[in-house]
Design a protein around this ligand. Structure first.
Ligand SMILES: [Zn+2]
Length: 327
């Protein structure tokens, strides 16, 4: 095949696939940048215009509770959720707030982007299952239980010396999230916390933006035992483009190798994309913003993956989990 032929084949496959990105920090970035979600914007790495160009059908928008909001965590979450509401309403001709797999179908049939709302940092619950249930009512469908530090739910990766996992409230939260139909996200969680979640959750769990420790030895990444356990339980991990979790001089090739490693260790059903666009200043050359996502499809084709596995990576695996957990 000629080079142009290969590029065209990759484009066709990419745009006919359902593409999901399970993590971005665009809501947080927008609060400081004064830009709209519509785009195209010269600022940041993700907006609706560029998502469309990147062939993204389903995007998770995270309400991230930064450490500086520890004492007003629910307030912060609500302000970011309000920002999400306002932006989706303003752009309802191209996006809709998705709360179920039925909403995904609706968005796809209307040619709109399905926008899911997630929270990064269980601080937002302020130790209350009541607030968890209200967050569900507001349309939150995924919670990253901790960020790097300790909160009411458990210890994040920076607390590893303590050996801490989930607290009793953290365990109760996982059970209640299972009951409500919310994705339990173990990205940023301590290793002990990860195993606690896998022991407790009756539903597949996700790591929305996490890479493999075997390729980049960073505590934010999962080791092979964790990847196998996540896969056995039906879970999926989204490969992130953040340089710290890819290794030195990160390039698109590193992202592809991360995907390959997950497939080698856990099989083709447990890997997806969790970019973390707008959560980092630096990105690998060729993946500078969300419009560049077709390079992943092209790279996987070049590495010899069949179309059915590429479609699983781009979105099929996360769709399966959404159908099972969120319904
Ligand atoms: Zn994160």
């Amino acid at each position: 095949m000629t080079l142009n032929g290969a590029i065209e084949t990759a484009k066709t496959l990419h745009y006919e696939s359902i593409v999901i990105d399970t993590h971005c920090d665009t809501l947080t970035a927008m609060t400081g940048e004064g830009r709209s979600l519509a785009g195209p914007s010269a600022k940041g790495q993700l907006d609706l215009f560029r998502l469309e160009r990147g062939g993204v059908n389903i995007q998770f928008f995270s309400a991230f509770i930064g450490p500086e909001f520890k004492l007003s965590a629910t307030h912060r979450a609500l302000e970011l959720i309000d920002l999400f509401y306002r932006e989706i309403e303003e752009n309802n001709h191209v996006a809709l707030h998705a709360k179920s797999s039925l909403d995904i179908e609706k968005a796809l049939s209307l040619g709109k982007i399905a926008a899911f709302l997630s929270i990064e940092g269980g601080e937002a619950l302020e130790g209350s299952l009541g607030i968890l249930r209200l967050m569900y009512q507001l349309g939150v469908r995924s919670i990253t239980l901790t960020w790097n530090g300790r909160n009411e739910l458990g210890d994040g990766v920076d607390e590893e010396v303590t050996g801490g996992g989930l607290t009793r409230f953290g365990k109760d939260t996982v059970v209640e999230m299972n009951r409500l139909g919310m994705l339990v996200d173990v990205s940023h969680l301590s290793e002990k916390g990860f195993w606690d979640v896998l022991n407790i959750s009756r539903q597949p769990v996700i790591a929305s933006h996490t890479n493999c420790r075997a390729l980049c030895d960073h505590p934010r990444n999962l080791n092979d035992l964790q990847i196998k356990a996540l896969a056995n339980q039906g879970g999926v991990m989204g490969i992130t483009f953040v340089p710290d979790f890819l290794g030195e001089n990160p390039a698109v090739a590193h992202v592809l190798s991360q995907i390959e490693h997950v497939i080698a260790v856990g099989g083709p059903d447990c890997v997806g994309i969790g970019s973390d666009f707008d959560g980092t200043d630096n990105l690998p050359a060729g993946l500078e913003d969300c419009s560049r996502l077709p390079v992943i499809t092209r790279g996987l084709l070049e590495r010899g993956y069949p179309e059915n596995i590429i479609k699983k990576v781009l979105g099929g695996n996360f769709i399966r989990v959404i159908e099972q957990v969120i319904k």
